[in-house]
Write a protein that binds this ligand. Structure first.
Ligand SMILES: [Zn+2]
Length: 156
């Protein structure tokens, strides 16, 4: 059980690729800086994987969804998902802004649909897919367990 900590009132500053969010100056500044890749949660996962001695490639554009990490040896791809943008169900970060709620619902719906499409496509190609949620990167021990379980062959 992982509890979300570090809760700030505003959406996390992780923008999705082709974001068409309301253009407020603050948002533009944030999105210009991060563009959805190399976010803090992602860096946390990379560091944990390194520490565990896992070998991986990042941001393979030739694979569906440009997975954040690809561990070929384990036939495993990892996506590190922001709880807000990718809709982590039941998570405290998975809020919906009160203004333009309809716009947001539609945007979230498309995000989730796209995520599912990518996961399906990868699984059809024989990849295991691990989704690590932003909130799960807050607890180093839980994160290690996720990574170890995903890279341990249950038959060996
Ligand atoms: Zn979450």
């Amino acid at each position: 059980m992982i509890v979300c900590q570090d809760l700030r009132p505003q959406p996390p500053p992780e923008a999705d690729e082709e974001s068409d969010a309301p253009p407020t100056p603050a948002r533009s500044a944030l999105m210009g800086r991060v563009r959805g890749k190399n976010t803090t949660p992602e860096m946390v996962v990379r560091r944990a994987a390194h520490r565990l001695g896992l070998r991986f490639r990042i941001h393979r554009r030739d694979m569906p969804g440009t997975p954040d990490m690809v561990l070929r040896k384990h036939r495993l791809v990892i996506f590190v998902h922001g709880c807000f943008w990718h809709r982590h169900e039941g998570c405290r970060r998975c809020t919906t802004p009160k203004t333009r709620a309809e716009f947001w619902r539609e945007k979230f719906r498309r995000n989730v649909e796209r995520d599912h499409r990518h996961v399906d496509a990868l699984r059809k190609r024989g990849w295991n897919v691990l989704i690590i949620w932003e909130c799960e990167t807050k607890n180093p021990r839980e994160l290690d367990v996720l990574l170890i379980e995903a890279t341990t062959d249950p038959t060996s």
